[in-house]
Design a protein around this ligand. Sequence first.
Ligand SMILES: Nc1ncnc2c1ncn2[C@@H]1O[C@H](COP(=O)(O)OP(=O)(O)OP(=O)(O)O)[C@@H](O)[C@H]1O
Ligand SMILES: [Mg+2]
Length: 610
Amino acid sequence: MRAELRLLRLIIPYRGLLVVGLGTTLLASLLDGFTLVLLVPILKQLFGTAGALRSGSTQLEGLMDRVVDPLVAGLTPGQAAARLVVLLAAGLVLKNALSYASTQVSVRAQEGLVRDLRTRLFGHLLTLDFGFFQRTRGGQLISGIITEVDQTKTVITASLLSFFRSLVVVAVTLFILSQISLRLTLLTLAFVPFLVLGLQKLLRRLRAHARDRAHERGEITATATERLGAIRLIRSYGEELRETAHFKAQAERYRKRVIRTQRFSSLTGPVTEVFSGILVILIIWAATKPGLVGLGAPLTPEAVIVFLMAALRLTSPFKTIASFPAVMAVTLASAERIFGLLDQPAHEIEAPGDEPARFERDIVFDQVSFRYDDGDLVLRDISFTLAKGRVVALVGPSGAGKTTLADLLPRFHDPISGQILMDGVPLTRIGRRSLRSLMGVVSQDTVLLNDTVKANIAYGSPGATAEQIEAAAEAANAGPFIAVLPQGYNTVLGERGTRLSGGQRQRIAIARALLRDSPILILDEATSALDTESERLVQQAIERLMQERTVLVIAHRLATVRDADDIVVLYSGGIVQRGSHEELLRAGGLYRRLYDLQFRGEETALGVRV
Ligand SMILES: Nc1ncnc2c1ncn2[C@@H]1O[C@H](COP(=O)(O)OP(=O)(O)OP(=O)(O)O)[C@@H](O)[C@H]1O
Ligand SMILES: [Mg+2]
């Protein structure tokens, strides 16, 4: 569907507000016209020509005489003028009160639209597959959620209300003008097509430029967020100047885009202004020509004044109407980008036939193969069984596919062939939410949010009490270091938890999984080496976490593989060995080599006897 229509559909919930807004706008415009024509009798009283229809008098003057005469009957010209001025002032106050009300109403409607669209976009992004986030720069998404969504609100203020207001003002003003002199009005109007055509030509290319500008704005947001997030890296390698130069180039590209877009959109003002200047002179000249005004005599001075004022009032609404395509071009460029994101197929949707997950027996990998997008196979023909209550350790060199294999269990990805069965039911038939509710995941690099310790541990366990949170932290050996943080459990951890050391972050993540207390645990042990004391604390925490659970662990620690019931050795996407630690050591091969390289050092450090 076209972006215009989709935007209009989003306005439907606010139709009540819009009707009020349009209604007040209509009233305000009518009052506006009324205060304008009230000038005619006031000027007449001041010029001392009241009640006398002279040659060159217009229909409007006759009309106003009939309306105003009863109001001022029996008054001196001075009193009459004063009374009319009071009426005019009252009309002005009321008109502006109505305009104000209409603006307030439209702000409510537009901000409602913005909130709805923003929330929908954010919610939709959470359903997209991981691949999307790898292909798309985060800054483009942030710019979409913040800037582009804000841009769409002009559809209400600029398009609907201003456009409508302009139309009403034009109609009212044209009526007034035609009551003064129909011919002169038509003469004035004859100029409008030139204005509109001239502007149209300018605006045709604006939408494409606006789209480029929006893209460039996303890029600049992306660069800023990425690079500021990598401040440690930049400092360590002394790349500040080059980063600034890189950013400057980006800012320069954005500058060019903005200038190019503005070149078109800001031409509308001057073009309209020159146009109205010419029009004024033309009207004054024509007003003195009886033939042109069609009255047998030149217009009376008060009629000329009101005609000029009315005619000049036309330029602003005409400008609005004429620049409407420009404003809409920018809005629609933003809307297209937002709808482009909303049209990304949701990946994480629950299908109607999805079964709830049940886990009593085992999880079976049956000839599972997988590749990312259209790359090479990363896993091939993987078959093994993870029985309830057992611990399976995955070991293998870096890049062997261990993390990828573990990611298949919570259905972060689905196999391209073969299947994974939980109690005999293929995972693809089980709803993702329900499946994941059975699982606790501790990933290779710990993810912490800029929130309190408490909130970070309770993430994913919204109902947890303070006692439960503290118990989990104690079991994860995190209690002591949390106790000495400035606000204890209420300490905010800083962006990505940078307040804590690596080992402390790991223990928070373990506490999180402990609190969730799910029957299945997927544990990707961190590869970063910790000092012996820290290592011992983390290892203890991991052992508590693994107790009485079904565990798939990607093991980088000797203690973990020794305790595993079954070890699966992965090499380049395939299983090359399986068995217990002792069996595999005896058998030699890849496990033996990995053991010599990776684990042996730990024996002496931890005092473990093999
Ligand atoms: N998102 C991705 N898109 C494309 N290829 C990927 C992606 N993630 C991983 N790969 C590739 O898949 C292979 C396996 O990666 P994986 O992360 O599973 O290795 P790993 O065994 O966990 O390694 P490590 O021990 O270093 O963590 C690697 O060759 C990697 O380049
Ligand atoms: Mg990995």
